[in-house]
Design a protein around this ligand. Structure first.
Ligand SMILES: [Zn+2]
Length: 219
């Protein structure tokens, strides 16, 4: 893009810090204040079933705000900026040269049409682009269920996601290493169910990564 065109675009669609929505220069991934809060170390947890899941942030402070702006208020350009940090985290914990496909936690078609986009899909596409790993939609949410955050107990969350996903039937994904992207790791039941569903169909190695992890996922 030439400079005049970039200036024109940034006038009408200013780049914003994904964590506080302050205007930032084109190409930056956060404002100066939020950049100072970006973590130097990341964290590794496990989705239910023991699938590894790395996350650059905990779900708190500016990072929880960033997810809310992106997920509920339509700041879609946040995806590319957040994906930069997510990719750093993925490279730290996994050998990316061994990953064959990047995929995402799907939404039910009704919810997708209500929201208009799936934030995890956008992130997965950006991660795929930045890491140079092919993107594929490998899961379908074929049953509608309650939102996980509305389930009040761990047992309810476990029951709520059981059998709601199915793998896309595609012989070429069998035996491959697959990375599943989602926005938040809470109890790990959603990602665990997705990982189990894909593992069962593909007999693949399944890795996970989310932008945020809840501090208290094991309580
Ligand atoms: Zn900021």
């Amino acid at each position: 893009m030439n400079k005049i065109f970039k200036t024109f675009i940034s006038f009408f669609f200013p780049e914003r810090c994904p964590y506080c929505l302050k205007r930032i220069d084109c190409g930056k991934i956060a404002c100066d204040e939020c950049s100072e809060q970006l973590p130097e170390t990341y964290n590794m947890n496990y989705a239910k079933g023991g699938y590894p899941c790395c996350s650059p942030f905990f779900y708190q402070g500016i990072f929880a705000d960033g997810i809310k702006y992106f997920k509920f208020r339509g700041y879609l350009q946040s995806s590319e900026k957040i994906a930069v940090i997510l990719c750093e985290c993925i490279k730290k914990y996994y050998d990316v040269s061994t990953i064959d496909f990047v995929t995402f936690v799907p939404m039910h078609k009704k919810k997708l049409s209500d929201r208009g986009y799936n934030q995890s899909e956008l992130l997965a596409k950006d991660v795929s682009k930045k890491l140079g790993i092919p993107f594929r939609a490998l899961l379908i949410k074929h049953k509608e269920n309650m939102d996980q955050h509305k389930c009040l107990s761990s047992a309810k969350r476990r029951e709520n996601v059981k059998g709601v996903y199915k793998a896309v039937e595609d012989e070429t994904i069998k035996g491959k290493t697959i990375l599943i992207i989602d926005d938040i790791l809470t109890t790990g039941y959603t990602l665990g169910e997705c990982a189990k569903t894909l593992e069962k169909y593909t007999n693949s190695k399944i890795l996970c990564a989310t932008v945020c992890a809840k501090n208290d996922i094991y309580t």
